[in-house]
Each structure stands twice: as structure tokens, then as C-alpha cells.
Design a protein around this ligand. Structure first.
Ligand code: MG
Length: 161
């Protein structure tokens, strides 16, 4: 496996339905609906996890935390991210930087971005300035635009530890 810097990309999407907590980047945000999923459905954390695993040359999130496994029912995704960090570090790498984009029509995410950055940075053991979260909408287009789903993309850079 190549030494030096390594990069990975991750993507996730979840349906949004009433009666679910809206958790994003490990932060609970007041909203009239939330992501449906086996875990807490945190698309941002899931995209970051997949990007970190890809960068480390490890299989994707479903191989590590299979949906349907009772251990991960409604699991806080931040705990799974901490486990991904441990598996990346066991490979001789550490996370250097995270860049993510979240696509959601509602709620407004900008006011919560710094809390999400801080939460992710603490979980990964990096500086808050090393975590970027861009929030955008889908301009009313498709399922995301109708507020029926939320998407996240993430790029993670690893450096040898
Ligand atoms: Mg997911």
C-alpha cells in the first residue's frame, strides 16, 4: 500500500421521515423529521467514515457495521466514527483533514455547522480548522429538494502517523 498521504471519498443518503431525531455531524438539530436508518442515520458521519475507510484501504462501512446487526440498532454514529478512527490508526495513519458537503433543503444547517465541525474534530483528534462542512440545498429538485432525503459527500485526507 502506498505510503505518504492518502485520500478517500465517501457518500451517503438517507430518507427523512417524521418521528425520527435529526442527527447530523453528531449534533441533534430541531426539525419536524429525521433520517431513517438502522443506526441514527447520520449521513455526514457515514460519508466521513466511508471516506476514511477508503483512504486507509479498508472495506466500506457496511462491511464493518452491517445494517441489521442488533449492536448497531439506533447506534450513535459518532461512536462508529471513533471505531473507524481506531481502525485507521491501527493501519499506521491518522486523519489530517476532512472536507464535506451536506445537501439538504431544510432545516437550515449553517447555524449548526461550527458545532458539527467541533464534534467531528474532537472525535477524530484533529483541529476544528481541519474540518470543513459546506451546506447547500438541492434548489427544490428531486427527493432532496422536496425535503424527503438528505445527502452528504466527504473527502478525508490521511497522513502516516
Ligand atoms: Mg448511512
Amino acid at each position: 500500500m502506498a505510503r505518504g498521504l492518502r485520500v478517500g471519498v465517501g457518500f451517503d443518503v438517507h430518507r427523512l421521515e417524521p418521528g425520527r431525531r435529526f442527527v447530523l455531524g453528531g449534533v441533534e438539530i430541531p426539525h419536524d423529521r429525521g433520517p431513517v436508518g438502522w443506526s441514527d442515520g447520520d449521513v455526514l458521519v457515514h460519508a466521513v467514515m466511508d471516506a476514511a475507510l477508503a483512504a486507509a484501504g479498508l472495506p466500506d462501512i457496511g462491511a464493518h457495521f452491517p445494517p441489521g446487526d442488533p449492536r448497531y440498532r439506533d447506534a450513535p454514529s459518532l461512536e462508529l466514527l471513533a471505531e473507524v478512527r481506531a481502525r485507521v490508526e491501527a493501519r499506521g495513519y491518522r486523519v489530517a483533514q476532512v472536507c464535506a458537503v451536506v445537501v439538504a433543503e431544510t432545516p437550515r444547517l449553517r447555524p449548526h455547522a461550527d458545532r458539527m465541525r467541533t464534534t467531528l474534530a474532537e472525535t477524530l483528534g484533529i483541529g476544528v480548522e481541519d474540518v470543513a462542512i459546506q451546506a447547500t440545498t438541492a434548489e427544490g429538485l428531486g427527493e432532496v429538494g422536496r425535503g424527503e432525503a438528505i445527502q452528504a459527500f466527504a473527502v478525508v485526507l490521511l497522513e502516516p502517523s
